[in-house]
Design a protein around this ligand. Sequence first.
Ligand SMILES: [Zn+2]
Ligand SMILES: [Zn+2]
Length: 372
Amino acid sequence: MATAEHDYYELLGVPRDADDAEIKKAFRRLARRLHPDVSEEPDAEARFREISEAYEVLSNAETRQLYDRFGHAGLRSGGFTPTHFDMGSLGDLFAAFFGDDLFGVGARGGRARGADVAAEVAIELVDAARGTKVTVPFETAVSCATCGGDGVKPGTQPIQCDRCGGSGRLQQVSRSLFGEFIRTSACPQCGGRGQVIEHPCETCNGAGRTLEARKLDVDIPAGIHDGQRIRISGEGHAGALGGRAGDAYVLIRVRPDERFVREGNDIFSQVDLTIVEAALGATVGVETLDGSVELTFDPGTQPGDVRVLRGKGMPVLQGFGRGDQRVLVNVTVPRRLTDEQRRLLEEFDRASDADTYRRDEGFFDKLKSAFR
Ligand SMILES: [Zn+2]
Ligand SMILES: [Zn+2]
């Protein structure tokens, strides 16, 4: 017994006066982590055997008392030998002793929950801003309409399984760290149903489920972000033999809108003013998520100026209010001039001086106002 000298309380991480419930809880927590089926750690099996041995000793009043008074030597002289158990049976043991399914084995007795289904839809940014409803096609397994889900051809009866005598379960007695233990497992011949179908339903070939193309109306809340998923519970594949249906997951993609850049709940956009509009001031149409609005720009508007439209951004998902829209001013400079235009600009330049281009607001003040 290579692990004999490790302190059992330390192995389980419980104080010496821990009660049965604490010991059980500690073992369960460690077992979950260290079972070789789930642990990546190289020494998981050895450590799992150690904690199992610790649990075996401490969960029994007699062996615990012996250990508390005389340590490992006391156990040996008392004739204790740890159980050599089969690792594979641990899932069943846990189901029996802790009333749950430790490793997610699931589906005991064949009442399996249906699988989840997933689909993806792409929506426009403006629809993401308003919230929208989409119809999503799914192919899901549904309970067979011909046989009602039991897989039996209508008018015929299934016969009792001769292997398990109709109970659906097979029992087997084995020795384990918990003492003598009766293992129950689903009967492989009938899959836990207790009955064998002689005449399977012709529609579903006895599976009890058929694939059906369905359409689900999905409400997409305002403010949803690209990459978020919506879960519609109970709309996945039908479960086997009356098991619960799985869920449907819809992955939402929000298509990029070339007019806007989204950052969180804020929207950035750009407006082009000609040099004349920027210099003289102008009222121009600016695109927002709610449509075009007229914005008036003062004379002397500069490239890089930012106009903040409060509350014109994206709605806060499942919250209140909306982000802002920040409109960045771009000033377009003529690329081709006629002789007349060139003459006018030259004349304008001759009439200009340093005051014409004087800055009112400091550059850094403007930066600050842009990122406020
Ligand atoms: Zn059927
Ligand atoms: Zn059977």
